[in-house]
Design a protein around this ligand. Structure first.
Ligand code: CP
Length: 317
């Protein structure tokens, strides 16, 4: 059978672009990539350049893409703050113009933007492949690929797994995770405040793909039935003043949406995997970190390998 690489020369904008066979193929390659020594000096993308275009803050996504490119022997350039570009000053340079410009500066662009749909708009103007590193409430496909890979490794597969999804289910990470899992006949136990309900159209789509979707009142109720707990905050910081908030205004997540070691010591499955895209608030207690349920640090490690495989396949020549 001829080698199938559906990513070659394409954009990576949404989990919708992947069939189950594409996901399994990527995950198989990531599994092989994790066997490489960190000290191995790779020249796979020697001479290729990754351009970061981050219009919104990031710790993990930007640095893991850049780390992946550097580990493959490539180079990186770009910006982590739009205020340092003409997009952030009087001229408010358009996404289209910046996409056209950046296409001259590298071989792949990784964009994060607060506006839903910005990555698609950017890709429509770019002349090189574009990776969506998070667009507003839209999607975060590279995060979802790392989450799904981590759960697949932990449980030996994703088919028929039960996921407790807790927090703000409108978030881009949640949307991308659900879109990826729709190929695997999963059960979703959703724990969220009313105002953080998932997109009803997405829920309909999940059900028509053969997934079971139920709402539950608390994680205490959902966790004993779950293979994976995927968490997001329900209390979001005010990003404009976050660092200056006095201690008494720190987030205080209601118990229904919190995972603590005490909760995990109750009737959960011994192989329950806890994932969180991070950064966390108090919905995920640090006392979970030393337990075998902690999948979020494993995801952070495998996330670099996922991005190495994606870059290698997108820039295949
Ligand atoms: N998970 C995630 O997207 O983290 P960053 O915002 O730090 O990139």
């Amino acid at each position: 059978m001829p080698y199938r690489n559906t990513l070659q020369g394409t954009d990576l904008l949404s989990m919708r672009q992947f069939e189950r066979t594409d996901l399994e193929d990527i995950f198989d390659h990531v599994q092989k990539a994790t066997k490489r020594s960190r000290k191995e000096s790779l020249r796979i993308l020697d001479g290729r350049i990754l351009v970061s275009a981050f219009y919104q803050n990031s710790t993990r996504t930007r640095l893991s893409h850049e780390s992946a490119m550097l580990r493959l022997g490539g180079r990186v350039t770009g910006f982590a703050d739009p205020a340092s570009t003409r997009a952030g000053d009087y001229f408010q340079e358009s996404l289209g113009d910046i996409a056209t410009m950046l296409s001259n500066y590298g071989d792949v662009i990784v964009i994060r933007h607060p506006q839903t749909g910005a990555a698609n708009e950017f890709a429509a103007h770019a002349e090189i492949p574009v990776i969506n590193a998070g667009d507003g409430w839209g999607e975060h496909p590279t995060q979802a690929l790392a989450d799904l890979y981590t759960a697949r490794e932990h449980h030996g597969g994703l088919q028929g797994t039960t996921w407790a999804l807790s927090g703000d289910l409108r978030m881009r990470t949640m949307r991308s995770v659900m879109l990826g899992l729709r190929h695997y006949g999963c059960t979703f136990l959703m724990v969220h405040p009313d105002e953080m309900s998932p997109d009803p159209e997405l829920v309909r789509e999940l059900r028509s793909s053969g997934c079971d979707v139920q709402r539950m009142a608390s994680l205490e109720e959902a966790l004993p039935l779950s293979d994976v707990a995927y968490l997001e905050p329900v209390v979001q910081p005010d990003y404009a003043v976050g660092r200056d908030l006095p201690p008494d205004t720190k987030p205080c997540t209601p118990p229904a949406y919190k995972v603590t070691r005490g909760l995990l010591e109750q009737a959960v499955r011994p192989d329950l995997l806890v994932l969180h895209s991070l950064p966390r608030q108090d919905e995920l207690s640090t006392d979970v970190d030393p337990t075998p349920h902690n999948g979020y640090w494993r995801e952070a490690a495998s996330g670099v390998h996922v991005k190495m495989v994606l870059l290698e396949r997108m820039l295949w020549s």
